[in-house]
Design a protein around this ligand. Structure first.
Ligand code: CP
Ligand code: NVA
Length: 304
């Protein structure tokens, strides 16, 4: 499938139809892979990956995905590039556009992605910024769709930090018409503009009570209290013990509720082992689905 957008920076670029089409395409690619079928949709194409921050899942799933599609990925830490010696984003974007077919970047400041996008003639994918993590949310919604069969009439409860992953999840909820209730401590709410835009499409509730958020929830989600860009250990005190997803909180959701976490997780902080390693947890399918959704995304953004 083809997408209208050149880049994927927030998830807000997609229409509901494109979002749902990408999820269906991902499910098809997963099925084909499980049958041992590799379709070289990106034969001879190259993805350049730039990482300002560490990564396990994003890096390995993108590189593996390009390989399975018949293409190739180049992995660069920004320290290895002339960017570290002051070359501008503008010149970097123009140069990479002459060699490569797509750029994936994991950055601190989201504005850097906007600049990369502005100055490159090839697609730019956000592999996580301080503000958004759209690729994670494609995998999360694919996982929800697989487990719940469709995305209709569901409620997601987000517990903890209203961070980059939460911002993109709000866009995902709006694109699929899923209700979302977000429980955070005061001053840790997600982005106000994202909430305002998304409220036009679905119900987004903000609360400071995790038991209100998880009531009747089909999906319970959390993430670390200390994101890569926000590592002050004093933050943890603001979240514990109230904003921990433990068995008591999970039991407040629907009986068949599933648990999602983008990983890496800190057991004993945002989630207990009884939940993340328990029967409702789908975190390993969620991690696997990064591969399938990103293959669908790459094949839809990179045109022949
Ligand atoms: N969830 C996620 O993006 O993981 P990595 O930081 O390992 O890429
Ligand atoms: N919110 C986390 C997600 C890691 C995948 C971070 O930004 O570090």
């Amino acid at each position: 499938m083809k997408l209208k957008t050149k880049d994927l920076l927030t998830l807000g670029e997609l229409t509901p139809k494109e979002f749902s089409g990408l999820l269906d395409f991902s499910i098809k690619l997963k099925k084909e892979l499980n049958q041992g079928k590799y379709t070289p949709l990106l034969k001879n194409k190259t993805l350049t990956m730039i990482f300002q921050k560490p990564s396990t899942r994003t890096r390995v799933s993108f590189e593996t995905g390009m390989f399975q599609l018949g293409g190739h990925a180049i992995n660069l830490s920004s320290n290895d590039m002339q960017l570290s010696r002051g070359e501008s984003i503008e010149d970097t974007a123009k140069t990479l556009s002459r060699y490569s077919d797509c750029i994936l970047a994991r950055v601190y400041d989201h504005e850097l992605l906007n600049n990369l996008s502005k100055h490159s003639s090839i697609p730019v994918i956000n592999g996580l910024s301080d503000s958004f993590h759209p690729c994670q949310i494609l995998a999360d919604f694919m996982t929800i769709k697989e487990k719940k069969k469709n995305l209709k009439k569901l409620k997601i409860a987000w517990i903890g930090d209203g961070n980059n992953v939460c911002n993109s999840m709000i866009y995902g909820a709006a694109l699929s018409g899923i209700e979302m209730s977000i429980a955070t401590p005061k001053n840790f709410e997600p982005d106000k503009t994202v909430i305002k835009e998304s409220k036009k499409a679905t119900s987004i509730e903000l609360t400071t009570d995790p038991f209100i958020a998880t009531k009747n929830a089909d999906v319970v989600v959390t993430d670390t209290y200390s994101s890569i860009h926000n590592r002050d250990p004093k933050r943890i005190k603001k979240f514990l013990p109230k904003f921990q997803v433990n068995s008591k909180l999970m039991n407040n959701a629907k009986n068949d509720a599933i648990f999602l976490h983008c990983l890496p997780a800190k057991r004993g902080q945002e989630v207990t082992s009884s939940v993340i390693d328990g029967p409702g947890s789908v975190v390993w399918d969620e991690a696997e689905n990064r591969l399938h959704t990103q293959k669908a995304l790459l094949a839809s953004l990179i045109h022949a």
